[in-house]
Structures are given as structure tokens and as C-alpha cells.
Design a protein around this ligand. Structure first.
Ligand code: ATP
Ligand code: MG
Length: 416
């Protein structure tokens, strides 16, 4: 299956140009979150105008874009205006209505396309894709079963005891660990499926993870592919907390396999744009050969934010290049980096009172790069910003990261 393979080339949209209709080269994004904001920053730095379609009046991306179309994601007039303003369009969140991308694609290049976004939005289709390209990618996903009907639940209870203990995950709309229930017995499984409303799910075997990593791949309309080395990720309560991005962050053979697998997954999809593929590293000696593909995000990813400060081309630069039909630069990481996610908790003290984080102390540490997303209200679990630490070597980056984590009381890093 090569969902977008009919498109092989497009006329590049160069920044700073004005077309025959008198329009400045403008790139559009569906969604106004932090990923959209960092995309807008990258596009504007290159000289593009930008347009964001987002219903929220105070969104991170809408606040910094040349144009903000304030409508729902599937509003026909809003979509028509976005298509009118922009020469190419992307999306920044996974659960964007695929129909909206299809509508836009009737008149404009849209990357990634509706078909591949649709696959990534549905764990059942996503896993089927991983299975379909396992021969080429050399990596399989965790053993799983689809549960969409009471009969399938019964069949799993009767015949797939090997999947327990496992994690029941809704096929759609899951993120940051939401829509997931861990189950140990067939009774717990039945209760969990009922708790999730009997919606389409997959039951996935719980694997003994030793680490998690992700790989960012960018692919152009013409099939050119570039990728970053894998970054190692630490999650706390199902949300990314820390990303380790440096040579030696994981065994080199696994890193090479993960990178090659991610590239082949993107190629097999006929993907255009930036794709993030998440992997589990499992205990040695398992049937999976140490590496298992978990899921993919059809967009730049939280675990790739370090590329802004530690690489000569960021994941957002590559998204801009890919969608606009520009050559893709081979990204080079110039500094080891650790990224610390800043969730809403950082804005509250031990008594639950709002407090301004101690930025003076944090920013006086060497190699700290603070990114706040312009969200007006801090809430527990809400991604408010991130802090990337770069330095001359891994040891000094780790030392600063530990100090920063201690100052901000961040989880997921051995704070001192
Ligand atoms: P994201 O925010 O990455 O989209 P998500 O809600 O879609 O997250 P997953 O990536 O499927 O969820 O799972 C969240 C986390 O739960 C994983 O990063 C991993 O730590 C743990 N996890 C998920 N599936 C398994 C599994 N089969 N075995 C062990 N741990 C797992
Ligand atoms: Mg995940």
C-alpha cells in the first residue's frame, strides 16, 4: 500500500516569492497547538507567510501567524479560506478530521496526505501497516488482537491468554496514555472494554521494556528521505518527560535498526512530510530481537524538539522543506542534547498555589534553551513548554539537565 504514491513531484514553492495572483508564498497549518507554533516559526524564518486554521482565539500557533482563520477544523468556509491563502498545507495534530485534509487536497498540495494520517489515527490500521511492512522494516509490533465486537472479545478471552497481562488501547483518539487500560485477567479485560464504552480497541501484550526511543524521518514529494538518529525517551504517567539525544544514548546496532525501520515504514506509506516512529526496546533474548515498533505520529513530535537547538536543521525546518517541495537538507546534530518537558505542574508549588518558575536560576545554567508555548493557563499534565540543554559533551549536558530538573522539580530525570 502506498497511500500517496500518485504524487511524485510538485513545483517548489520558494519563500519570498509572489505568484501571478499577487499572493506572497504562504504555508498553511491545520491546528494551532505548540507544534503548529514551532512550524510557523520555522516557516517564517525562511521567509514564508503563514496561515493557521484553529478555533481557539488564543492558540500557541494562531498568536504568532500572519493569518489566523478562527473556525472549526471542518468548517467549509474556513477550509476554503485556508486553501485560498496558502500554496501548500500541513497539519500539526493527529486527530485532525481526515475529511478536512481531503477537502484541502482537492485544490492544494497537502502533506502528509489524508490517507496516511487516517492510518496513523487508527491503531488497527496502523498495526496492520506495521505487519505489512515487517519483512522490509525488519521490526514487528507487540503481539495484539483486535477487539471490535463481543464475539472478538470472547475469542480473545478463550484463545489469546498469551496477550495477558496486556494493555487495552482504544483504536482512535488515544494520546499521552489516554484511552488505555492495563489488564491482567480475562475478567479485567471484559471490564476494561466495557469501561471504554465497547469501542474498537486493540489488546496488546505487555512487554518488558528496557527503554523507548523514536525516530524522525522526513520524506519529500520526490521520494528523497532524510532522518535523524534515534532519541531515547522517558515517559512518566504515559507522558513524555525526558528525551536523551546524543551518540551513545542506546546500543548502536539497535539505533541503526530503528532508523532503517522508520525510513522503510515512511517509504512503504509513500509518506510526504515529517513522520515520527516510536519504538520499544525490550529485554534481550526475546522473540522480537530487542526492538518493537509501537506507533507513529504523522507530524513533528515532542521527542524531536531538541533538533531546534542541537541540529543544523530542525524537524520543523524539514517539515517546511518537505511540504514546499524544497530539497531536504541532511540534518546534522552539532551538540549532544537533553530535552525536559515542562508540564503545568511546574507552575504550582507543593501547596497547589500558582508560582512563577525560577527562570533566573534555570537560565543562568550554561546551554539552556527555554521554549514556552504561549499558553495562558497552566494545568496539570498540560504541555506548557520545554527546556533543551546543549553542551560540548554528554557529561556536561547531563549535569546541567540534572540541576535544571532539580530547580523545577521535574520527574523522569535523577534530579539533585
Ligand atoms: P502518545 O502520547 O505517544 O501518542 P499514546 O497514548 O498513544 O501515547 P502509547 O505510545 O501506545 O500511547 O503508550 C504510552 C506508553 O505506555 C508507552 O510510551 C509505554 O511507556 C507504555 N506502553 C504502551 N504499550 C506498551 C506495551 N505493549 N508494553 C509495555 N509498555 C507499553
Ligand atoms: Mg506513544
Amino acid at each position: 500500500m502506498s497511500a500517496d504514491s500518485h504524487i511524485t513531484a510538485m513545483t517548489p514553492i520558494f519563500p519570498g516569492t509572489v505568484n501571478a495572483a499577487g499572493q506572497r508564498a504562504t504555508l498553511g497549518v491545520l491546528g494551532g497547538g505548540q507544534l503548529g507554533r514551532m512550524f510557523v516559526h520555522a516557516a517564517q524564518r525562511l521567509g514564508y507567510f503563514t496561515a493557521v486554521l484553529e478555533p481557539d482565539a488564543q492558540s500557541p500557533a494562531g498568536l504568532v501567524s500572519h493569518h489566523h482563520i478562527q473556525t472549526g477544523y471542518d468548517d467549509p468556509a474556513g477550509l476554503a479560506e485556508l486553501a485560498h491563502l496558502c500554496q501548500a498545507i500541513t497539519t500539526e495534530f493527529e486527530n485532525v478530521p481526515a475529511q478536512a485534509l481531503q477537502t484541502l487536497a482537492q485544490t492544494r498540495p497537502v502533506a502528509p496526505g489524508a490517507a496516511v494520517v487516517g492510518i496513523a489515527q487508527n491503531r488497527i490500521e496502523e498495526k496492520a501497516h506495521f505487519v505489512a511492512c515487517a519483512n522490509v522494516s525488519g521490526v514487528s509490533c507487540a503481539p495484539y488482537a483486535v477487539i471490535e465486537t463481543p464475539d472478538q472479545l470472547q475469542a480473545v478471552q478463550d484463545e489469546r491468554a498469551d496477550l495477558l497481562p496486556g494493555i487495552l488501547k482504544t483504536a482512535r483518539m488515544g494520546y499521552d496514555g489516554k484511552g488505555q487500560v492495563r489488564v491482567k485477567t480475562v475478567d479485567e479485560l471484559a471490564a476494561a472494554w466495557a469501561e471504554l464504552g465497547g469501542v474498537a480497541c486493540v489488546l496488546e501484550k505487555m512487554l518488558p521494556l528496557t527503554a523507548e526511543c523514536s525516530v524522525l524521518v522526513a520524506r519529500g514529494w520526490d521520494g528523497q528521505v532524510v532522518s535523524f538518529a534515534p532519541q531515547r525517551n522517558v515517559h512518566v504517567n504515559g507522558i513524555l518527560a525526558v528525551t536523551h539525544a546524543y551518540v551513545g544514548n542506546m546500543p548502536p546496532t539497535l539505533a541503526t535498526r530503528a532508523r532503517e525501520a522508520a525510513v522503510s515504514i515512511a517509504q512503504h506509506l509513500g509518506y510526504v512530510g515529517v513522520l515520527c516512529v516510536e519504538f520499544f526496546v525490550v529485554e534481550d533474548g526475546s522473540e522480537h530481537g530487542g526492538l518493537v515498533v509501537n506507533e507513529m505520529a504523522p507530524r513533528p513530535h515532542n521527542s524531536g524538539h531538541y533538533t531546534i537547538d542541537a541540529c543544523d536543521a530542525s524537524q520543523f525546518d524539514l517539515q517546511v522543506h518537505a511540504m514546499a517541495g524544497l530539497p531536504l537538507p541532511l540534518p546534522r546534530q552539532h551538540s549532544p542534547a537533553i530535552m525536559l518537558n515542562l508540564l503545568g505542574e511546574v507552575w504550582f508549588d507543593a501547596n497547589g498555589q500558582l508560582q512563577e518558575p525560577d527562570w533566573r536560576s534555570v537560565l543562568s545554567l550554561p546551554g539552556t534553551h527555554l521554549h514556552l508555548y504561549g499558553k495562558l493557563e497552566a494545568r496539570a499534565g498540560r504541555k506548557m513548554g520545554h527546556l533543551t540543554i546543549t553542551g560540548p559533551d554528554v557529561a556536561s549536558v547531563e549535569t546541567v539537565a540534572r540541576r535544571a530538573a532539580g530547580l523545577l522539580d521535574l520527574p523522569g530525570f535523577n534530579a539533585i
